[in-house]
Design a protein around this ligand. Sequence first.
Ligand code: DGL
Length: 294
Amino acid sequence: MSEIQKTSQTPVGAPRIGVFDSGFGGLTVLRSLLSHIPSAEFFYLGDTARLPYGSKSQATVARYAVESAELLESYGAQYLVIACNTASALALDAIRTAAQVPVLGVIETGADSAAASSITRDVLVLATDATVQSHAYAEACAERGLRGIEKACPLLVPLIEEGWTGCDLKNATTGIVTRQVLRIYLDEALAEADARGYALDTVLLGCTHYPLLREMLAESLPEKMTILDSAETTARRVRQQLEAEGALPTAQGSNDGLTRCHFFATDSVDKFRTLGSRFLGQPIERVELIDLGG
Ligand code: DGL
């Protein structure tokens, strides 16, 4: 097993948490987990060879997600975070059936954060095609007394995976393309909200890749709209559950980000290092290549 990011000793009895996404998006969730549970040991898998999940069928996403979850369990993960909205929407039951350990998805936690924030109770959810088709968010919103409009944005994941986020000068030109694509999706969604008479005050990022476009979104949306994702709520929920089970060591260690992380990818480890560092917000030094088959 790799010893990536091994910059501090993991406290004895520290929980081993598996985090999974189709690619890099889940690193936005890992980022929050690292700050909320600094004593844990993390195993992150990006199934980059089979990305995107968002355009695939339920059966395929479930098969990929179960294989990925099993891989993380084989590395000793005692808790699984499905840091992928598409896999959470389409495959959570299948993963829970296959796994021997507790599994948390990001749909419920995302809807919780919208419910805690929205005053008008009308929420726009941006997500992949597969997540939107599943209506997992519309249902989770309705359960919380919210009206949700779900908008599929299928071009965003490939653009983000390509690094076209326009977040620095070097990417400014390619960022223009992404900004235009985003504008089209938002105009369509806002027109639909108008037609339905919804008073949107919250935009929920229902794909773990989308936080990389948060700045661009903020520029493109009316000022009064709050942009949320599920990362923070998910990390808090994992911590609460581990605390409730007495699974966190009493010595938490310092909250200095020096937690142990092991990274696995099913495609180019170089690309994972480069792009993944941007999602995680800190350099990723070592990544292990894993073959999960086709
Ligand atoms: N990051 C995944 C999600 O949260 C989607 C990426 C993909 O389409 O594979 O839905």
